[in-house]
Design a protein around this ligand. Sequence first.
Ligand SMILES: [Zn+2]
Length: 107
Amino acid sequence: MYFNILFSIFMIVESIVLLKTGRLGYELYGSFYIADYKYIISLLFFLFGIYSGYQAYKSYKKQKINGKYINYSKCPNCEETYNYVDLNNGICPKCNIKTVDIDEFYK
Ligand SMILES: [Zn+2]
């Protein structure tokens, strides 16, 4: 989740750097001069950055319930553990009832 946001920022920064300099990568470990393709490649980077940022935002919104961020949840009936983001509105696919935050479950 945080990785996705970092990745998104990195892609957008890289696309701007590429657009300004025509170079991809950093001096430190070698860079490629791709001025001929800089517009198309920086556009792709930019769009990819926006897309992964949007994905991160979407999963964040989906996992944040009543001001609390839920990673894993457990079904009170079958006691199955789920990645909250994989569930549809936090509903257990087997029992069709609402799952609870794993921290709440073990309280
Ligand atoms: Zn269940």
